[in-house]
Design a protein around this ligand. Sequence first.
Ligand code: COA
Ligand code: ZN
Length: 437
Amino acid sequence: MSYSDYFNPEVETLSVEGLKALQLERLQKTVRHCMNSPFYQKKFQELGITPEDIKTLDDVQKLPFTSKEDLRENYPFGLACVPMKDCVRLHSSSGTTGNPTVVLHTQKDLEEWANAVARCLWMVGSRPEDVFQNSAGYGMFTAGLGFQYGAEKVGMLTVPAAAGNTIRQIKFIKDFGTSVLHAIPSYASRIYEVMKEEGVDPRKDTKLRVLCIGAEPHSEEQRQRIEQNLGVKAYNSYGISEMMGPGVAFECQEQNGLHIWEDYFIVEIIDPVTLKPVPDGELGELVLTIINREAMPLLRYRTRDLTRILPGECPCGRHHKRLARLQGRSDDMMILKGVNIFPIQIEKILLGFKELSTDYLITLETVDSNDIMTIEVEISQMFTDDYSRLKALEREITRQLKDEILITPRVKLVPKGSLVVSDEKKAVRVKDLRKLF
Ligand code: COA
Ligand code: ZN
């Protein structure tokens, strides 16, 4: 490997000892900085600890966990560690029924985020000569602006195409010579299907060579199929908005797990029930402490993502730990069309309609290369069988749900008693029948 193979050679090739020393220094600084937030002051008091108790990296285990609920309960700015005048951007999750989560950034935070994404994009072979197209949603979705700033930092010509409008997306790929594309796996499949319909051969008619995929769980076979169909190398990306967004971990060209940037994060894998660390290499919940954040550093954030640390050295020369591809969640969050959705968000909206009973069933499936969500919900006994009133009600439920979860579900009203929603007395509310092509 030559130095030009790295975006930040010094830190990417830092030895394990070097990384640990840097982590300890940044952890101690971060913990002291956290004392600017009443939220962490209180947590530290409850645990009877002070920043001075953090003397070694293992002492991270003395720190309190932070959860999504903590962010919600302290909505919107309760975890800020800098004055509001120093913050330049926020990103927020979907949802209005409960408090969404809000993540604040200073100018330096945005700079560090762009740097992390640039490092990832460089690692998979993107260079200033490339044309980068981003099919993520912009606005509040962190994969929009997150990839945008990272790709610009690499120096690529960027095409901020944003989500949807697949035919136009393909035209851009062809006309602008897009060589690096970011798309979630199911949307990469959709692009391929529409290319086939339009008579576009991705190998002959486009310059596509690198695909960054993430956000949705997928298998190695699915990755390989995407690679064969589009004639690209597809690299797995991991991001989480509470940490910043994309750029947290990414595969290198070895495609053998995702390097997580340890100069940004301290990584723990815990048992989600006992909250104790699991032995090295075992599956558990990923817990992250971000150690270079100003506006809103989070200590021991419970990501709810299940993964494990892969053992051994990576031939690419980076000593940053590698995560196995994600294997699900320790909560009931669903990911559809790259959007994170909790069943409770849907339930809360449905409960607002007195015409509905409490039984519903959510089905996720792939129809004509599109992922869709169908929500069947029982109407209450007394409600009408007037067709036009039922359709109007369906439309209103759909509208409210779209506002809440940002995707458009298909809502089907069904007669009372027609849904089978219990399995061994435990309600089964979600059926996931999706497949990648
Ligand atoms: N990325 C890009 N395009 C997507 C997509 C995704 N994750 N999911 C769906 N689409 C496409 C659909 O294929 C459809 O394309 P078409 O115009 O060629 O028909 C179009 O977006 C609209 O999708 P549809 O399913 O009809 O509408 P919706 O109201 O349910 O979807 C989206 C809303 C697509 C706008 C919403 O799902 C979205 O913004 N997703 C992107 C989320 C994202 O970027 N997350 C981060 C990923 S790392
Ligand atoms: Zn590597």
